[in-house]
Design a protein around this ligand. Structure first.
Ligand SMILES: [Zn+2]
Length: 312
């Protein structure tokens, strides 16, 4: 916990801004990372916030004494180049690493924009997912003209360092643990813990102000709850999901409760004989009643229902 210092007023400002931005401009904004918006979370950890814009991730910049780590890259090399510029504002380390919380296009396809020297670290399973990721990339490109432009002629990057479950990266005076924890949102979900400053980049495994996004084929509520238990053990003070606001430790128990109650409600609907689409409509009503400020997302709700119907 040495060097641990949260700039609380900045954080509160960030969260306040997000609440205003959420659902106002976020719905129709393009997937472009905004330069000059980087916020300092602790002595060595920065975030470029997504402002709840679709297909934009929260990007982490972690600055050690000898090397800098980027967490997630944005969609396409142009966004990656913006991330590199932001990293250069807060660090002059020449060694640059990058890791993605998962293989989806807005997290990995900006790696090229970070320059040829960047060292990309990925779990083996994420590398495998990228090899089979073209269909998803093409789907993303069809979302808008800007998305298509950002993804033109872009291929998934090839990792320089591979690992299986756990990898420890020394940035110089700063220890970063990479923990592969899928299948949850994807098979290769990866958590990134900055140990000395107690900050966790939690990917889509834990997000503030956003409904969970299940991998409908591969994930399960039971595994997700186990992953949340693992996160409790890591005991992070600050939690930055791949999308949404910056959270505190309480986010872990909030999500445990959320996942448990969703699984229970949907299990009940299945027992009553409702079809999956009927159950999805009911769950959507329930969630928008409980969390009116959340963006309603039929795709995520459908996936959450599908997992319960498959598991029971
Ligand atoms: Zn994703």
């Amino acid at each position: 916990m040495k060097n641990f210092k949260v700039n609380l007023s900045q954080l509160m400002f960030l969260i306040g801004t997000m609440l205003v931005v959420d659902n106002v401009i976020a719905q129709d904004s393009e997937p472009v990372i905004q330069a000059n918006t980087t916020l300092k979370l602790t002595d060595s950890v920065y975030v470029i916030p997504d402002n709840f814009v679709r297909l934009v991730p929260n990007v982490g910049i972690v600055v050690g004494e000898e090397a800098t780590l980027i967490i997630d890259t944005g969609l396409g090399p142009r966004n990656g180049a913006t991330v590199l510029e932001e990293a250069r504002r807060v660090s002059n380390n020449s060694t640059l690493y990058v890791v993605a919380t998962h293989f989806h296009p807005e997290h990995t396809l900006g790696v090229e924009g970070l320059g040829p020297e960047v060292i990309f670290i990925a779990p083996n399973i994420q590398a495998e997912e990228m090899k089979n990721g073209d269909r998803l990339k093409n789907q993303f490109a069809r979302r808008s003209t800007v998305a298509a432009e950002l993804l033109r002629n872009v291929s998934y990057p090839t990792p320089d360092i591979f690992f299986d479950n756990d990898y420890v990266l020394d940035l110089g005076g700063l220890t970063v643990r990479l923990i592969q924890t899928g299948p949850l949102h994807t098979r290769g979900d990866t958590l990134i813990l900055i140990e000395e400053e107690s900050v966790l980049f939690s990917g889509d495994v834990l997000m503030q102000g956003v409904f969970p996004s299940f991998d409908a084929e591969n994930s399960s509520y039971a595994n997700w709850l186990l992953a949340l238990d693992e996160i409790s053990v890591l005991n992070p003070e600050i939690i930055v999901g791949a999308h949404g606001g910056v959270g505190e430790k309480t986010l872990i128990s909030d999500w445990k409760q959320l996942l448990t109650s969703v699984a229970e409600s949907v299990g009940q609907l299945k027992a009553e004989g409702l079809s999956q689409s009927q159950a999805s409509r009911r769950l959507l009503d329930e969630i928008s009643g409980k969390y009116p400020q959340w963006r309603s997302d039929a795709r995520r709700i459908n996936a959450a229902v599908q997992v319960v119907y498959r598991e029971h």
